[in-house]
Write a protein that binds this ligand. Structure first.
Ligand SMILES: [Zn+2]
Length: 289
């Protein structure tokens, strides 16, 4: 945080420097837009092929073939979820929150894409429907589906309180990935990464710019829908924070499951449009050598 009483005096031209207008780092019109009309056409009549349930304070894995859709549903009560996504065929290619945030802003909604890590950097999923899109930003600067938080984890909890708590999203995601892959927990833990905070309502305070959370506006029946751009392995944790109105990293909050549904398109809209899974990034990786 910035000092309330700075140690160094402002220069004579401080007002001029402070008043410079900001420039958007990555204007959205420089990004190839997601073909939302195509995805909406492909979604017509789609058929559910599988579902999975993340129990309260636990996680579940699921797979989605490229060209398919998946939805994350609120079921029994307000609940936030921490989502990890990997290339199902190469777990070194994973969701990159920082670049996604730089490209699309702090909170995602319909039309935004989830980008993969270097050196792959390509869209892995596109958000195609968001029943909470009406929320926008509230008067506190809060909104839903952020890519600013990391995931609740036992290391931070231990640093702050000395606790040994095992149902933080980081541990839930690690256990579910270990079960899915058969690899040791300490090995797969390194594949767990910063998340999309599904349904979580967060922002930065206006005065100190500190990360805040508030009770999620999600209600049973709400969902976030994605189009899988590549073959995906997903892991979803039903955060021990429940609706994140008070605290996480404990068993105090009311907590609910989250449901994942995977759908196969029932029409040939994608084939008609010659849709193809995006190739890996075009940079030649020589780095000037
Ligand atoms: Zn969590």
């Amino acid at each position: 945080m910035k000092l309330q009483n700075p140690e160094f005096a402002a220069p004579a031209d401080a007002d001029q420097r402070l008043g410079v207008e900001p420039v958007i780092c990555y204007p959205v019109d420089t990004l190839p837009p997601a073909p939302l009309d195509l995805y909406r056409a492909a979604r017509e009549g789609m058929e559910k092929i599988s579902e999975a349930l993340a129990p309260a304070r636990d996680a579940v894995t699921f797979t989605v073939p490229d060209g398919h859709f998946f939805r994350i549903y609120s079921v029994d009560g307000p609940q936030v979820g921490d989502l990890n996504l990997w290339n199902a065929n190469d777990l070194s290619e994973r969701f990159y929150t920082g670049k996604t945030r730089a490209l699309h802003g702090t909170h995602l909604s319909t039309g935004d894409r989830m980008w993969t890590s270097f050196p792959h950097m390509r869209p892995m999923a596109t958000i195609t429907a968001d029943t909470l899109d009406w929320y926008g930003f509230d008067r506190f600067g809060g909104s839903v589906h952020d890519v600013i938080g990391t995931r609740c984890d036992p290391y931070t909890a231990n640093t702050l309180s000395g606790a040994q708590y095992h149902n933080c999203c980081h541990s839930n995601l690690s256990r579910s990935l270990a079960a899915k892959t058969g690899r040791p927990i300490h090995e797969v833990e390194a594949d767990v990464h910063d998340v999309l905070n599904v349904f979580m309502c967060t922002g930065f305070t206006h005065d100190t710019q500190q990360y805040f959370m508030k009770s999620s506006p999600v209600r049973p029946g709400d969902y976030l829908e994605f189009f899988a751009e590549i073959d995906l392995l997903g892991a979803l944790s039903a955060c021990p924070g429940g609706d994140c109105s008070t605290e996480h990293s404990s068993d105090l909050a009311a907590c609910h499951p989250l449901k994942v549904e995977v759908y196969r398109p029932a029409n040939d809209a994608l084939a008609q449009a010659n849709w193809q899974s995006p190739p890996r990034n075009g940079y030649d990786r020589s780095h000037g050598l």
